[in-house]
Write a protein that binds this ligand. Structure first.
Ligand code: AMP
Length: 182
């Protein structure tokens, strides 16, 4: 079921804007004020559970670090496994990695090679709090595909619609984002 206008407003109003963080010119969307708002958090998680309960998922893959919060909670609600996709150097077992470009330089995300138990075609939902340029999410979706799993959808609470991230990610996987920012 779609979120109605009141529910969308509850979620939207719970997210705090922090100007010039972590550097000048960035409007940081702070979701800690969504998490400590029980009405907003519950509205969001109930909606995600409702949307994805029919998807026959095998795993949820959350992107470092805020994707862990929503992803792990949703995985438990859906009775599926949770897989972290982490910034380089954080995962202790054998990994594969994927680099992506930043404004200056590159970054890399990694996944454990056995994250999906070597199950070919495992149905995976990828989740993060926000999609901006899409660099992180595209790299993360490539990792899921490299392990021969299927990224059936990628889910974000927020999308910065003035950037091309969503359109670029949609070339690899369907994208669902709850709130768009223009
Ligand atoms: P990108 O790879 O450019 O799509 O950036 C997405 C990642 O950076 C996500 O993990 C977000 O949590 C974080 N991020 C980027 N821009 C913002 C922003 N304006 N506010 C909060 N988080 C952001």
């Amino acid at each position: 079921m779609e979120l109605n206008e009141i529910q969308l407003k509850v979620i939207n109003d719970s997210i705090r804007d922090i100007p010039d963080f972590p550097k000048p010119g960035i409007m940081f969307k702070d979701i800690t004020t969504l998490l400590n708002n029980k009405e907003a958090y519950s509205t969001l998680m109930t909606h995600l559970h409702d949307r994805y309960k029919g998807y026959e998922l095998d795993y949820i893959a959350g992107i470092d670090a805020r994707g862990f919060i929503f992803g792990a909670a949703l995985a438990q609600m859906l009775n599926v496994g949770f897989v972290p996709i982490r910034k380089k150097g954080k995962l202790p077992f054998e990994t594969i990695g994927e680099e992506y470009s930043l404004e200056y330089g590159t970054d890399e995300v990694e996944i454990h090679i056995d994250a999906f138990h070597n199950k070919k075609g495992a149905r995976v939902l990828m989740i993060d709090d926000l999609i901006a340029t899409g660099g992180t999410a595209i790299a993360a979706a490539k990792l899921i595909n490299k392990l021969e799993a299927e990224c059936v959808e990628s889910c974000f609470i927020l999308g910065l619609d003035f950037l091309d991230g969503k359109a670029n990610l949609e070339k690899i996987t369907p994208v669902y984002r709850i709130l768009g920012i223009n």
